[in-house]
Ligand binder design. Structure first.
Ligand code: PLP
Length: 374
């Protein structure tokens, strides 16, 4: 867009120093030989994939992971350097782009590899092989050593790595820890069996954010942090062994202020009824911006002029209303903070009230929100 519209109605502020801080924190706890594969899928969890990735490149991070081919191409076209791994499936018709843009594809299972083996491709496909150790989403089973051995021998594949994914590494429950240890053990045993057959498995990796937090000592070549890189944990009230600083702050403008009388109502459905004279303010953000509608009437607060104001009535598509009776000097054009580092408005707290995890909350902050570097 030609017009320079900044901080107009609702936007995200990105603190790249905090990103750097979090990366250094992650580097400080993982095994010395583990390098970071930065997970920047879903527009870097709503933080802006290109800006985040450029900063990571500046920090000597040379490995990125995305979910889709389109995300990977977008990164490469923006001159992000290093390896770009697509963690998910790429349709056969589109595999030609893997080479064209120098990308790395995940081999989702034996059948996928065999189909590629029979394709008419000019060059080898650079890839990482996914091993299923219990997540049961994608990956060839760790038990199928013979099938796996066949995959590594496929001429059309240029295997650079082998990985798996943990499904309860966030839980400190005894059984869940046992399950995770079993997954890690099955992965490592599978790797060793393949090596014993003379197979080069490439670089190995299994830890996402909670694998890093709860099993930092693993000796893998890579770790794959997503959510913790952005400075938040997935859920509320977790005790973790590193300090994280949130990278994202969500802000919006106050667009109108008015006084309502007792028994007047606010917003659709008239779910909020004033029981006393109330000063209210309208904020220009809504569920179309990714701020969840199910936060309506839950006592959720936003920060305005250093004071907390509660959201009242139903959150609309583009707007919401807050009770500012206790906020002084509030005026049209002031700024409300909806997600930030303050206790009542952390991503963890907001996600929890919305019945989800921060990963979902953040990655759904929509394309309509402009992203501004702090
Ligand atoms: C999304 C994803 C990650 C990052 O997950 P976080 O929990 O956000 O750290 C790592 N690995 C795989 C395979 C993923 O799909």
């Amino acid at each position: 867009m030609e017009e320079d519209i900044k901080k107009d109605r609702a936007w995200i502020e990105i603190n790249l120093d905090n990103l750097e801080y979090n990366i250094n924190q992650i580097r400080s706890i993982v095994n010395k030989k583990s390098e970071i594969i930065a997970v920047v899928k879903a527009d870097a969890y709503g933080h802006g994939m290109l800006e985040i990735s450029k900063k990571l490149n500046d920090m000597k991070i040379e490995n990125f992971a995305v979910a889709t081919l389109s995300e990977a191409i977008k990164l490469r076209k923006a001159n992000i350097h290093g390896e770009i791994i697509i963690l998910g499936y790429t349709n056969f018709d589109d595999l030609k782009y893997i080479n064209k843009y120098d990308l790395t594809q995940t081999i989702v299972d034996y059948d996928y590899a065999k189909k590629i083996a029979n394709m008419d491709l000019k060059e080898k496909i650079k890839c990482h092989i996914k091993i299923n150790t219990g997540m049961n989403r994608i990956g060839e089973s760790y038990e199928n050593i013979n099938k796996l051995a066949e995959v590594y021998k496929i001429e059309k594949l240029d295997v650079k790595g082998t990985f798996s994914h943990l499904c309860v590494s966030d839980s400190l429950d005894k059984d869940d820890k046992e399950f995770t240890k079993q997954q890690i053990n099955n992965f490592m045993t599978c790797i060793n069996k393949l090596k014993a057959l003379g197979i080069n498995v490439g670089k190995i990796h299994i830890q996402a954010s909670y694998g890093i937090l709860n099993y930092p000592e693993l000796e893998c070549d890579f770790v794959r942090p997503g959510i913790i890189m952005y400075g938040v944990t997935s859920e509320l009230g977790e005790n973790i062994n590193i300090e994280l600083k949130p990278v994202l702050t969500l802000k919006a403008r106050i667009t109108a202020i008015k006084q309502i009388k007792p028994n007047e109502t606010v917003s659709y459905g008239r779910t909020f009824i004033a029981n006393k004279p109330t000063k209210i303010a309208t904020v220009s953000i809504g569920y179309a911006d990714g701020y969840p509608r199910n936060l309506s009437n839950k006592g959720v607060k936003v920060l305005v002029n250093k004071g907390y104001a509660e959201i009242i009535g139903r959150i609309c598509m583009d707007q919401l209303v807050i009770d500012v009776s206790n906020i002084e000097n509030i005026k049209q054009g002031d700024i409300a903070i909806l997600i930030g580092e303050e206790k009542e408005i952390t991503a963890q707290k907001i996600a929890n009230t919305s019945g989800t995890i921060t990963n979902e909350l953040l990655c759904r902050l929509g394309s309509r929100l402009e992203k501004i570097e702090q």
